[in-house]
Design a protein. Structure first.
Lengths: 150, 654
């Protein structure tokens, strides 16, 4: 089966939704040599497509982004394994899903203890002092005499 | 120029002015001040058609704003025109991915924080606002707590966002209750409002019926907060927590804060509005929220506005106390021991009931301040004579001397406000600890949670007869903690006194440091000290037997004190007695021991923070690690769905 795909260089980690990528070549022809499912493909390219310098692709026919892994090189052809990236591919679909965040950069709860936060071993001491105190000096004190008397 | 900006976190990937985290407003906006919300965006990345700008201005009239597109609604209003200090309501719900920048112009006493505020009755409504999570699927009912005017009339304003009807793309519509969503007016003295839940309608479909009694004046209702309409009667009879959207009926996770009492049933609510004395606001299910009392589930006992302190006026009859300076005392001692003085025979005659003249002197203590400032005016008077038995020793020309009439009184040393450093969990134990060093009482660790956000008053009470003192820490009018101490320094007068005085010093040496490890060593030294003290006392009295007895007594006492301190070493870190206290710091010091974090600068963007916030995934930015996710992704295969879920549960960057 022949396909047309766009080839990219992806600079982001697989856990990044909006990946930083640059388009290397668009509308590149290839053929599917083997597929388990639409999310896992083996694609056959001509070497002159420059696919050997790419690690990411978009296949419009499947509406998916794929991670590309180099496979067998046979003469002027190369097989690349393509594994779908659902995190980026389906953002517009799953982003409306309900979730409960365990950790979040934008929705941190200041009432919940963060047990990942590292602490310095030595605590900081802050002192707040009342302005008024006692003055046990020769002039600041007094004596109380208790006597038997009327 | 704006005075204050709300905290914004710049999103480097967007050109928007910033993203507001959870924020709250605390303070007063006065007449003529402006509260401006600007650049209110409903922004969905990649979809420019959903970007709206909104401008809301709050001055001296009610202001209501609404963004109708996509059903995102924002209200802001000031419900009471005569008193512009109170921000009566901010209601925002179902606003995904809200981007907002806020500018305060000419605002007075405004503080801001990305963190919740501890509730108190005074700023209760403001606190309610602070607890709203603008990013979650909450809608909130805010009901203004009626407050009294000078003539007893209570003004009120109710914003009812609970309603039922049809939910359309432009928001709420076709709702019978909507027309009366905002109500304000005045309640004559004795008039009341109460709620009670409609039986059989529970939880997500909670319906609260309203009961009123008495006379209401100036009733007005509004659908938009701008246009108000007069109403001859209370214009609604229930609130209903249910909404319907284009997909059908659904409920919201609801945060319900009301300052109008909600009773368990109609019978109780009816009694309340009928002014039945058997039912008061305190019987309301939401009384803890109304009053701000905690623990919120404990309704036993009665509430007190503040601690009630005793006021004792203790008068001496056979013994008298005088506040003297050193000149006066020295002159008195000279006369008592001077057998050649002309008045000697007169003195002896006046003191016939005593074996020796000195026996009439029963106690002498040094106090590290002017005791008259504690005892207070009217409780002491200038004394010309110090009466020793029947002999009046003339103080004229011998310094100053005041007779204590009533040995009572206290003195406030001042107030410290305990404020949070982080406005988060880090402000509490074990991450922040609070200690207090109290002169003459010692150093103690305080339960920080009891003092946070409060003004803590330090008050001393003294007992001139025992030389003891109590230092109390008073917060919000309540005595939170108090500590005993020894403030007066006992001055030895005879052998017995001297031995006790020495023991007191030894007690200080052993117990004051509170260190069990040194206790036995201290015992040896203390025994020696006791012996010396006893010997010293004996020499003063001229008897060797007494010296030995003093030494033995001192040693026995020391041993007992030592064992006592071994068993109780961890109960105090101070509490010294007598003169040694005077060498220690003489001010009350509050020590905050704060654990400092050492996280990398990008900690939050890389790891986030504990959240436990519910919402749609696109509400979140930066790092997101889901605790659970109800994945809806139409075109993904089952394997991709599992992979996606695994990624979201493991943590992703949005």
């Amino acid at each position: 089966m022949a396909l047309t795909i766009d080839l990219y260089n992806n600079f982001s980690d697989p856990t990044v939704v909006h990946k930083k990528m640059s388009l290397i070549k668009s509308a590149v022809n290839c053929e599917i040599t083997q597929s388990v499912d639409v999310d896992e493909l083996d694609l056959l390219f001509d070497m002159d497509t420059g696919v050997n310098t790419c690690n990411y692709a978009y296949i419009a026919a499947f509406a998916r982004y794929y991670f590309l892994t180099p496979g067998i090189v046979n003469g002027n052809q190369m097989i690349m394994h393509a594994s779908s990236d659902p995190l980026t591919s389906f953002w517009n679909s799953y982003s409306a899903s309900q979730c409960v965040a365990e950790r979040s950069s934008s929705h941190g709860n200041p009432n919940l203890v963060d047990d990942m936060l590292p602490f310095k071993p030595n605590p900081k001491i802050i002192v707040r002092q009342l302005a008024t105190g006692f003055t046990p000096t020769t002039t600041g004190g007094c004596y109380i005499l208790t006597v038997g008397g009327k | 120029m704006p005075d204050t900006y709300f905290p914004c976190e710049q999103n480097e990937n967007e050109t928007l002015p910033g993203r507001v985290q959870n924020f709250w407003i605390d303070g007063y906006i006065q007449e003529g001040d402006y509260f401006i919300l600007a650049n209110f965006d409903n922004y969905i990345p990649g979809d420019a058609t959903h970007k709206y700008y909104y401008f809301c201005r709050w001055k001296t009239v009610s202001v209501y704003g609404r963004v109708q597109n996509d059903g995102y609604t924002f209200y802001m209003n000031k419900g009471n025109d005569s008193d512009s200090r109170f921000l009566n309501g901010i209601i925002m719900y179902d606003i995904p991915n809200l981007n907002i920048s806020v500018t305060l112009t000419n605002a007075v006493n405004i503080v801001y924080s990305p963190l919740p505020l501890v509730s108190s009755k005074e700023n209760q409504l403001i606190s309610f606002i602070s607890n709203v999570d603008f990013f979650s699927d909450q809608n909130v009912l805010l009901i203004n707590y009626p407050y009294d005017t000078d003539d007893g009339i209570k003004e009120f304003a109710i914003n009812n966002v609970w309603a039922h009807g049809t939910w359309s793309s432009t928001g709420l519509s076709n709702m019978g209750a909507q027309n009366y969503r905002m109500v304000k007016g005045k309640m004559e003295a004795g008039a009341r409002i109460s709620f009670y839940p409609q039986p059989g309608v529970v939880d997500g479909k909670l319906k609260l019926n309203v009961l009123t009694s008495g006379t209401f004046d100036g009733l007005q209702y509004s659908t938009d907060g701008v246009n108000w309409h007069d109403s001859g009667s209370f214009p609604f009879d229930f609130f209903y927590k249910e909404r319907t959207n284009e997909n059908g009926t659904f409920d919201f996770g609801l945060t319900f804060y009301a300052s109008v009492p909600v009773f368990k049933d109609k019978t109780t609510a009816q009694k309340y509005v009928n002014n039945d004395p058997s039912v008061s606001e305190k019987d309301a299910e939401n009384w803890p929220q109304i009053s701000g009392d905690y623990p919120i589930s404990n309704t036993t006992g009665s509430t007190l506005p503040s601690s009630v302190f005793g006021d004792v006026k203790l008068k001496g009859f056979f013994t008298q106390q005088y506040i003297c300076d050193a000149t006066c005392l020295q002159a008195l001692a000279n006369d008592l021991f001077d057998t050649t003085a002309p008045a000697w025979e007169t003195i002896k005659k006046g003191l016939e009931m005593y074996a020796a003249n000195i026996d009439a002197v029963m106690g002498l203590s040094f106090w590290p301040f002017d005791v008259s400032t504690f005892v207070g005016a009217g409780n002491y008077a200038a004394a010309q004579y110090i009466w020793l038995g029947g002999y009046g020793w003339d103080t004229t020309g011998h310094g100053t001397c005041n007779h204590i009439i009533y040995a009572s009184g206290y003195k406030d040393l001042g107030t410290v406000r305990i404020i949070p450093s982080f406005n988060s969990w880090r402000d509490y134990e074990p991450y922040t600890k609070l200690f207090v060093s109290i002169p003459f009482c010692g150093t103690y660790q305080l339960d920080l949670s009891r003092y946070m956000g409060k003004d803590v008053r330090v008050r001393y009470w003294i007992d001139t007869r025992t030389n003891g003192c109590i230092c109390g820490l008073i917060a919000d009018g309540y005595l939170m903690d108090y500590f005993n101490g020894q403030m007066g320094v006992t001055m030895p007068i005879n052998l017995t006194d001297y031995t006790a005085y020495a023991n007191s010093q030894i007690n200080t040496l052993l117990g004051g440091g509170g260190q069990a490890i040194n206790a036995f060593g201290g015992a040896t030294n203390a025994a020696n000290a006791g012996a010396v003290a006893g010997m010293g006392g004996a020499l003063l009295a001229g008897g060797a037997t007494a010296a030995i007895g003093g030494a033995v007594t001192g040693a026995k006492t020391v041993y007992g004190l030592t064992m006592n301190n071994i068993n109780n070493y961890n109960k105090t870190k101070g509490g010294s007695s007598s003169m040694l206290n005077c060498y220690l710091p003489q001010t009350v010091d509050f020590f905050f021991e704060i654990q400092e974090s050492c996280e990398p600068k990008n900690y939050n963007s890389m790891f986030g923070a504990p959240s436990l916030t519910g919402g749609q995934i696109f509400n979140f930015t930066g790092y997101l690690k889901c605790q659970s996710v109800k994945l809806e992704c139409g075109i993904a295969t089952e394997r991709e769905r599992e992979k996606l879920k695994s990624l979201l549960l493991g943590g992703v960057y949005i």
